[in-house]
Design a protein around this ligand. Structure first.
Ligand code: 6GU
Length: 264
């Protein structure tokens, strides 16, 4: 059972995402639990103040340390009562880039994973000092708070827990697992606006389909994300497919206009 505890000022931002699709199913199957904790419930004052002005001045508010430390203490206490430990995570643009390896590590985690969602201009530095959370970033841009990143972490980990996805191979075959992007997929109808489906996919020849897909995945990765192929040692089969793509002149970026697509 994968266990998450989300510390947030906005539990209503988190709950609805968990009520659908695979995250819902994972919880129903008892493979995953996500508990939201409202940081406002861990304030001691009458007005339930969770933020305050920064010492030294400046714009914006800073999240107070005490409600966060109290909430973590309560979760740690509860965990320890059932012989568990916790792992503290803090999504922030200052963190280490979150990757598929990280997701895999979370999916295997036996401890309760506590995710602190930051807001406003920041969190009192003493939270970092006291809890030494693992700081992870989703990329080089800034979001309004940690709730969306927390959901991203949960989603990325949950889908790797056996039984959460319907088809166990679909996670394995996904992008990044062996560092290749996905091959193109098609479903009915067989023709849209004059554009059909590659013949091989209709052929019923499983080996030919497998090779075509592998070749398309190599091509897509080479064209869009050459960094994923750097330093990679190719199998004989992959090298053969790359040679074919090269001689077919397909290993160059598509020349079509970005955003250009099917005409209506
Ligand atoms: Cl993890 N948090 C926030 N607030 N902004 C981000 C981020 C995280 N990752 C990228 N931008």
């Amino acid at each position: 059972m994968l266990r998450f505890d989300v510390l947030t000022l906005f539990p209503d931002m988190v709950a609805p995402v968990l009520a659908h699709s695979m995250l819902k199913r994972g919880q129903e199957k008892g493979l995953l639990t996500v508990k939201g904790h409202n940081l406002r419930d861990f304030t001691a004052d009458r007005h339930k103040v969770v933020d305050d002005m920064p010492y030294g001045g400046g714009a914006g508010m800073v999240m107070k340390a005490e409600p966060i430390l109290l909430a973590v203490a309560a979760i740690r206490h509860e965990a320890q009562a059932s012989g568990e430990d916790i792992r503290m995570m803090f999504p922030t643009p200052h963190g280490r880039p979150f990757t598929q390896d990280h997701a895999r590590q979370l999916a295997d985690e036996r401890r309760r994973i506590v995710i602190l969602c930051g807001h406003y201009e920041g969190v009192d530095e003493r939270v970092r000092m006291a809890l030494a959370p693992e700081e992870v970033s989703l990329g080089d841009y800034v979001l309004t708070g940690g709730e969306l990143p927390a959901l991203v972490l949960i989603d990325a980990a949950a889908r790797l827990v056996p039984g959460v996805l319907g088809d166990p191979v679909s996670a394995l075959e996904e992008s990044f697992v062996d560092a290749l992007l996905e091959y193109p997929q098609y479903t009915r109808p067989a023709e849209i606006g004059g554009i059909g489906v590659p013949d091989v996919l209709l052929s019923g020849h499983h080996e030919a389909i497998r090779l075509w897909r592998r070749k398309q995945a190599l091509r897509s990765t080479y064209v869009r994300r050459p960094d994923l192929l750097k330093g990679r040692i190719f199998t004989k089969e992959d090298q053969q497919l790359l040679d074919e793509l090269m001689s077919e002149g397909l290993l160059t970026a598509p020349t079509s206009t970005p955003g250009g697509g099917l005409s209506p």
